[in-house]
Every structure is written in structure tokens, then in C-alpha cells.
Design a binder for this molecule. Structure first.
Ligand code: GDP
Length: 182
């Protein structure tokens, strides 16, 4: 896909109503700091369109990027490191609205390739499956581990999330852009 234009069209807070878009939507989820903004910028070939921050839990909005008037990239709020708090519960509440979207085609789950999936990662994976979306995992920060460690870490993620047979797990690096085409 040649990206001609990108427009941050809608920014939704936790309490606002989600838009009824006319084009397919593809959403990205993952814990704060997993590299979601970096991935979205990488996919859109933009340097700093989605916010890249070192501050976990800063993004509390659902951002809809209109790409070429053809597709929406949906940036979901990063979830925290801690166990389910009030704020996290509110976000999961919002996810209930998201599943009503007729345009949502796919939800990608981002996990850090260096770590075993957390309880929230598992929760998110279940959400994707239970709502009938086709799951795909992106294992971020590929450049941070040795090549010899990649298969071992992918196995850890596959087993940690207990993914269904055939579920794609794509290693990605925002630094080298390895995995972008996949
Ligand atoms: P978000 O909170 O999930 O949106 O994460 P960000 O995209 O803001 O990234 C969090 C931090 O991880 C930033 O310091 C990024 O520069 C860094 N980061 C993100 N992706 C990668 C990657 O693939 N490789 C490396 N080495 N650092 C990354």
C-alpha cells in the first residue's frame, strides 16, 4: 500500500462515543511502552505522527488515523503494567463499544519480544478471540535480542498466550524496520 496521506481524524476519550467510520479499521493494542506508537509511525512511514513517549500510560485516548481515505489505523490506549485498576477497568469498558464497530477487521496485539506475556496481555488476547476477531501478534523490539534468542522468545509468547494453531506472530523492530512488510 502506498501511503499518500494520513490524517488523525478522530481522538476519543474514554467517555466519548466512537465514530461510525465508512472504511475498514485495523486496531493496535498492547501495554504502555511496548512500542505501539513506534510501530504505527513505522507502518505509516511517518517519523512522529503517533506519540512516542518514554512515559508509560500517557495515552488515554483511542486515535483514528485515516490513511488514504481507504483504511483506519486505530491506536488503542496502552494498558498499564499493574493489575486491573479503576482506570484500566474504564478502558476495558470502552473496549465493549469497540466490538460494536462494524468496520473493525482486525486487532493486533503487541508484546515485547523480551518478555513473557503479562496477565493483561492474556486478557487482551482473550478479548480478541472472544469477540470473533482474527488474532495476530506483533513481537516488538526485535533488535533488542540476539538473533539466536528469537525462536526461544517467540515460543515463550506463543505458549504464554496459548495461541491457536496458525496464529501469526510477527517479530518487528522499529529501529531496523524488520518485519514491516509482513
Ligand atoms: P508505546 O507506549 O507502546 O506507544 O511505545 P513507544 O512507541 O512510545 O515506545 C516506547 C519506547 O520504546 C520508546 O523509547 C521507543 O523509542 C522504544 N522502542 C519502540 N520500539 C522499539 C524497537 O523496535 N526497538 C527499540 N530498540 N526500541 C523501541
Amino acid at each position: 500500500m502506498v501511503i499518500k496521506n494520513v490524517n488523525l481524524e478522530t481522538v476519543c476519550g474514554i467517555t466519548s462515543t466512537l465514530p461510525e467510520n465508512q472504511h475498514p479499521e485495523v486496531a493496535f493494542s498492547g501495554k504502555s511502552n511496548v512500542g505501539k506508537s513506534s510501530l504505527i509511525n513505522g507502518l505509516m512511514n511517518r517519523k512522529a505522527y503517533a506519540r512516542v513517549s518514554q512515559q508509560p500510560g500517557k495515552t488515554q485516548t483511542i486515535n483514528y488515523y485515516n490513511v488514504n481515505d481507504e483504511i483506519y489505523i486505530v491506536d488503542l490506549p496502552g494498558y498499564g503494567f499493574a493489575n486491573v485498576s479503576q482506570a484500566v477497568k474504564a478502558k476495558w469498558g470502552k473496549m465493549i463499544d469497540l466490538r460494536k464497530s462494524r468496520q473493525l477487521r482486525m486487532v493486533f496485539l503487541l508484546v515485547d519480544i523480551r518478555h513473557e506475556p503479562s496477565a493483561n496481555d492474556k486478557h487482551m488476547y482473550s478479548w480478541i478471540i472472544e469477540n470473533g476477531f482474527y488474532p495476530a501478534i506483533i513481537a516488538t523490539k526485535l533488535d533488542k535480542i540476539k538473533r539466536s534468542q528469537v525462536q526461544k522468545q517467540l515460543k515463550l509468547i506463543r505458549e504464554g498466550l496459548n495461541v491457536a494453531e496458525g496464529t501469526p506472530i510477527v517479530p518487528y523492530s522499529a529501529v531496523t524496520k524488520q518485519g514491516r512488510d509482513e
